[in-house]
Structure formats: structure tokens, C-alpha cells
Design a protein around this ligand. Structure first.
Ligand code: FAD
Length: 540
């Protein structure tokens, strides 16, 4: 059997960081297994291209949730990257660390070493900030962060001014001294190209002979010697293969696949495993539970001023943005369409911001979701406002339904299950309406396309939220970190409770969802996780 020191499952956002850090000193042999293939696809590398990838089954696991009673019985579509770089190769690029209190909350839940002051050095370690950084940023780390505020669409200014008129202050940096306020999102690009962890961490690390990346290799089971993780079984080129891990097995499969692989390997609720005929290695009922996600709704408005719709629908506009990209690696094609944003409190009783805002100078109302193309928006001037609750309190679950690793697990998000989540949903809808009615933004709005003027009362707003809201692709916490093995899966060192030499290091370990987008905190978790694996050593 082939042998390595570390076997890592999943070359996604976290896996690329962990692999590059564990291989860095050249002393250990590291194998990185990835179920998907290469990320050398032009729409992966071109920042705005991600809209073309949402429904591409060649690079996407294409998950679907169960029908959600609270969302008018609808199923949710959950894309996840099945490609080198993982979901970080198909995401919208926003670089948002979350609020300091998110991490202080993690620590208060019984996870020493995860408070904001503990994790800040790891955010800094990964970062290569493109502008004058200041104390909350650093230069020279692997992952480039770009401040695109100079290139934001002019309508973003009107959005910010209307927010200010409502009493929310402008912040130049959601990741700086004060993450609260409204402004322009920073993004992960380098010279106009996606700065995924595959590009920024993995690619340079692959120059070292002690790191091996095996693509189209899907892990199907963790192999055990007693209670010690000793290797991985995987499918590669139609063959069932096994590899031995002398020091540790590290799962970086993301919030859907890490718990799935644990359950397939006999780690989870013993009742579930026995019902599927899977021998129980460890009865850990928390595997696949505690699922959290951000759920957003979008309001669309006709505009008297040109928007990206005008630019991207006309030949002259396309020519201009293409030229700008080719000559300067800047402009619309080098950006996310999520440009304006914010973290605000819906009312004074909120301890910290409870709503995240989006202002996108673009709209898609004339095509069904599956045909939505970022480069083909509505053929008229329009834009969108959107929000999600920062820290929803509902928790869902994910469970395998078969011992066959090729069968997708059953995903039940259990959205809007708490009064707090319902209250946030309603206050967010009201806030979007208020914003749209406030000058100067109101002065360019010529009509509300969706949900439209017939949706007015609280009951109508909530009903609309239930029938149109959708994920912003942030599932977390399905292998939750925590001290109690009855609910948590990993301890504060990210080791699976009760087992030896088995780590989970990805977005599934978040104790609670962070207040913003989850890629940057996943990179932080991976940086810290790699350090802890180094320190704790493994069997070798
Ligand atoms: C469309 C979209 C837009 C998003 N936009 C943003 C954004 O703008 N900003 C932000 O912060 N976050 C965003 N996110 C979320 C963010 O990208 C993810 O939360 C993050 O990438 C998760 O990282 P991860 O390492 O946990 O998992 P992933 O990056 O999903 O990596 C998991 C990897 O493991 C591989 N894998 C899984 N199972 C196996 C197996 N059995 N064997 C081998 N390999 C396996 C997968 O193929 C994948 O490559 C977005 C996500 C999506 C899908």
C-alpha cells in the first residue's frame, strides 16, 4: 500500500491551505486527494465568470436540499465546488472575516484559543493586502486581497449615501477596526485573476516534491486500526485504492462532504449507521447536525441611471469592459457583482449588527435561476438590494441515506425555525424598502420589479420571503467544534472526539456561523488547524 505522512481529503478552500502548510518544511510527505479536476477554466479564473459555473456539473456537486416547509415547500439548490480550489473556485470572491464578536462567541462556547485576539494573527498570516494595509491587515502572505472601491459602479455611492441618511455610517473596511457600517466589499483577486487558495497556496507548494495532488480521486472511507485513523480508501480511474497515513488523516471536504465521509466511515449516530448496515467506529451523534446557513432575499428595482445591465448587454459596453480588462486587469470583469455591502443593526436593541446587506448594480429577473448568466442580465437598467440575517439561530441537519458514497446525503436546512430568524427576516425586508425610499437612491428608482408594490403588510413581506429567499451558499457547523462529544464532532484542536490522528479542518467545524461570508474565516481555520496538526504531531 502507498504511504504518506499526511493524507488530506479535499483540495478546496481549506485543503489547499492545510496541504501547503503541512508540506512547507519539506520533512513530511503529503497526499492531497481531490474528487474534482483541474481549475484551469477561464470562467474560474475570470472574477465575474463565476456566474457561469453555478450550474456546471463538471465542476460542481450540484446538491439539493429537501423541501423546506418554512420556504413554501421549496427545495434549495446548493452548488459546491467539485474542482481544485473547491467552492473557493466558484465563489463570488468577497473577502469578509466576520465580526470580532463572532470569534469571542466561539471561545465562550468552550473553545479556548478561538477568541478574536487568538485568530487575528491567522487572518494576517494568510493575507497579502493590496493597499495601504494598517494594523488590521498584512502584506506578504499568500492570499491577495483587493480593495476595489475605486472601480465600484457609481450607483454604489447613492446606496452608501441613502444608508448614511438612515443613520448607518460609512466604513472603508469591513475587516478593519470597525466592521460595522456600509461600504464596498473587498475581494480575493490578484491582478484581475481569482485569488483562490488553489492559486495562492497550492500551486506554489506543488513545486515541492513532498506534496502530491491526486485529482479525480474521491475518498470513500477512512480506514481505521482500532480507534486510530490509519489511511483512506478512494476511487481513482475506476479503481478502488487505499493509502496509508503514518501521521494523520485530515478531512477538508467541506460542510457537506466531511460529515458525509465520517458517517460512511462509521462515525456518527449509531442508530443511523446501524440502520444502514455500517459498522460503528464511534458513536458521535453530532456528525451532520447543527447545520447553519445564510438565507437571503433580493429586491429588484428599475433605474433611471445606467447599471451593469446596460454595460453587459450592449456590444459597445462589452467591448469597453473587455478592453479595460485586457489592458489594465481592472473594471467590471475583474470584480464581483456584489459591490456595495453592509453590516447593520435593525434596531438599537441589537448587541452587534444583525443584518448583512448587498447592493449589486445589476439585475436578473427575466430568466429562470438555472439560465441566469452574469454576462447576460436584464435588458433594461435595473439593480438589486438584498440582505440576510448575520447569525441565524436555526440549525438543520445532514445525513446519509445509503452506504453508497456516490449517493448525495439528505440535507435539511430547517430555515426560519426560530422567532429570532423570523424577526430578522421581517426587519430586513422593511429595511430594504426603507432604503429604496430614501434619497438619493430613491431618486433613481422608477419602480420595484420584485417583489412589487402589492407586497406591503408584514404578513405579505414574510410570505414573499418564504417563497423567494435562497441560500447565499454558506453552510457550516456540520462537524461542529465544541467540548461536548454528545453534540460536537471535533475538539478545540480540531481532532475528532474519541479518535486518534483524525482531524477535520474546514468550514464544517465552525461552532456558529460567522456574521458575513465564510471563505475568509475558513482560510483562518485552515491556517490555525495546520499549526495545531504540526504541534500535536500525529502518530509519527
Ligand atoms: C456559488 C458560491 C458563492 C460563494 N460566494 C462567497 C463569497 O463571495 N465569499 C465568501 O466568503 N464565501 C463565499 N462562498 C462560500 C465559500 O466559498 C465556502 O464556504 C468555502 O469555499 C468552503 O470551504 P471548504 O474548504 O470548507 O470547502 P470547499 O471549498 O467546498 O472544499 C471541499 C473540497 O473537497 C472536495 N471533496 C469533497 N468530498 C471529497 C471526497 N470524498 N474525496 C475527495 N475530495 C472531496 C471537493 O470537491 C472540494 O474541492 C460561496 C460559495 C459558493 C458555492
Amino acid at each position: 500500500m502507498e504511504e504518506f505522512d499526511y493524507v488530506i481529503v479535499g483540495a478546496g478552500t481549506a485543503g489547499c491551505v492545510v496541504a501547503s502548510r503541512l508540506a512547507a518544511d519539506g520533512r513530511h510527505r503529503v497526499l492531497l486527494l481531490e474528487a474534482g479536476g483541474s481549475d484551469r477554466h477561464p470562467y474560474i479564473q475570470l472574477p465575474i465568470g463565476y456566474g457561469r459555473l453555478l450550474f456546471d456539473p463538471h465542476i460542481n456537486w450540484m446538491y439539493e436540499t429537501e423541501a423546506e416547509p418554512a420556504l413554501a415547500g421549496r427545495r434549495g439548490f446548493w452548488p459546491r465546488g467539485k474542482v481544485v480550489g473547491g467552492s473557493g473556485s466558484i465563489n463570488a470572491l468577497l473577502y469578509v472575516r466576520g465580526l470580532p464578536s463572532d470569534f469571542d462567541d466561539w471561545q465562550a462556547l468552550g473553545n479556548p484559543g478561538w477568541g478574536y485576539q487568538d485568530v487575528l494573527p491567522y487572518f494576517l498570516k494568510s493575507e497579502d493586502h493590496g493597499s495601504d494595509a494598517g494594523p488590521f491587515h498584512s502584506r506578504g502572505g499568500p492570499m491577495h486581497v483587493t480593495d476595489v472601491s475605486a472601480d465600484a459602479h457609481p450607483l454604489c455611492q447613492l446606496y452608501v449615501q441613502s444608508c448614511e441618511a438612515l443613520g448607518f455610517h460609512y466604513t472603508a473596511d469591513f475587516n478593519g477596526a470597525n466592521g460595522e457600517g456600509v461600504g464596498i466589499y473587498q475581494i480575493n483577486t490578484r491582478r484581475g485573476r481569482r485569488a483562490s487558495t488553489a492559486n495562492e497556496f497550492l500551486r506554489p507548494a506543488l513545486a515541492h516534491a513532498n506534496l502530491v495532488l491526486r485529482q479525480r480521486a474521491q475518498a470513500t472511507r477512512v480506514l481505521f486500526e482500532g480507534r486510530r485513523a490509519a489511511g483512506i480508501e478512494f476511487l481513482h480511474g475506476g479503481r478502488r485504492c487505499q493509502v496509508k497515513a503514518n501521521r494523520a488523516v485530515v478531512l477538508c471536504g467541506g460542510s457537506i462532504n466531511s460529515p458525509q465521509l465520517l458517517q460512511l466511515s462509521g462515525i456518527g449516530s449509531s442508530a443511523l449507521l446501524q440502520s444502514l448496515g455500517i459498522p460503528v467506529v464511534a458513536d458521535l451523534p453530532g456528525v451532520g447536525q447543527n447545520l447553519q446557513d445564510h438565507l437571503a432575499v433580493t429586491y429588484f428595482f428599475n433605474s433611471s441611471q445606467p447599471t451593469l445591465n446596460d454595460e453587459l448587454n450592449s456590444f459597445a459596453g462589452k467591448f469597453k469592459v473587455a478592453l479595460q480588462y485586457l489592458l489594465h486587469r481592472r473594471g467590471t470583469l475583474a470584480m464581483s457583482v456584489n459591490q456595495g455591502g453592509g453590516f447593520v443593526r435593525s434596531d438599537a436593541s441589537q448587541r452587534v449588527p444583525n443584518l448583512q446587506l448587498y447592493f449589486n448594480p445589476v439585475s436578473y429577473t427575466h430568466t429562470p435561476l438555472a439560465d441566469r448568466k452574469l454576462l447576460r442580465p436584464d435588458p433594461f437598467s435595473a439593480f438589486l438590494l438584498s440582505f440576510n440575517s448575520c447569525r441565524p439561530t436555526s440549525r438543520g441537519s445532514l445525513n446519509i441515506t445509503s452506504a453508497d458514497p456516490m449517493v448525495h446525503p439528505r440535507i435539511q436546512p430547517n430555515y426560519l425555525a426560530t422567532d429570532q430568524d423570523l424577526a430578522d427576516a421581517l426587519s430586513g425586508c422593511r429595511l430594504l424598502r426603507q432604503l429604496a425610499a430614501t434619497p438619493p437612491l430613491s431618486q433613481v428608482i422608477t419602480g420595484e420589479l420584485e417583489p412589487g408594490p402589492n407586497v406591503r403588510s408584514d404578513a405579505e413581506l414574510l410570505q414573499d420571503f418564504r417563497s423567494r429567499s435562497s441560500t447565499v451558499f454558506h453552510p457550516v457547523s456540520t462537524c461542529m467544534m465544541g467540548p461536548d462529544a454528545r453534540s460536537a464532532v471535533v475538539d478545540a484542536r480540531l481532532r475528532v472526539h474519541g479518535l486518534k490522528d483524525l482531524w477535520v479542518v474546514d468550514s464544517s467545524v465552525f461552532p456558529t456561523i460567522t456574521s458575513g461570508n465564510v471563505n475568509a474565516p475558513t482560510v483562518m481555520v485552515a491556517e490555525k488547524g495546520a499549526d495545531m496538526i504540526h504541534e500535536d504531531g500525529g502518530a509519527g
